[in-house]
Design a protein around this ligand. Sequence first.
Ligand SMILES: [Zn+2]
Ligand SMILES: [Zn+2]
Length: 172
Amino acid sequence: MFIIDIQHLRFGKNNFHQELTSEDIRWDVDRAQLTSPVRVDLTIRKIEDKLLFSGTCETEANFVCDRCLTETKYTVQKPFELYFRYRDRRNYSKDLELTAKETQECDYSGHEIDFSVYVREVLILTIPIKILCRDDCKGLCSHCGQNLNKGHCSCLTMQTDSRWEQLKALQT
Ligand SMILES: [Zn+2]
Ligand SMILES: [Zn+2]
């Protein structure tokens, strides 16, 4: 939880520096394990009943490469900008899902916002659909499971050889 008491915000700029654990943000993404707390630098600008949240989320995560299954460390540093508008509680919708848009509009009601929900959403947006240890990861051999980044296995040459044999067979 990272509760922001809206009533006690000053008009103008309010600065926050907060470290959140994976429990604080209820992190449950198996593909990416957070290995350090999430450092949140947050500035809230209050203008009448509108709030502009901007800043960065920083953390380190361990990913498993989709091709070679090696654990890989990633440093995540994601700027965000969120714009909140006051809404009457009766019209309040709980489905506050972020999209890939850089600036997101959200509604709030009541006197506080649990910003940890948004930190989680911001971090989820940083996870690539395909996670690779490096752009040219060669993956694993489908026969013996050898990590081909670390060197060739003997299956590869055998495979190539048999293909050549087939070609030769076709030619004759
Ligand atoms: Zn890999
Ligand atoms: Zn192999």
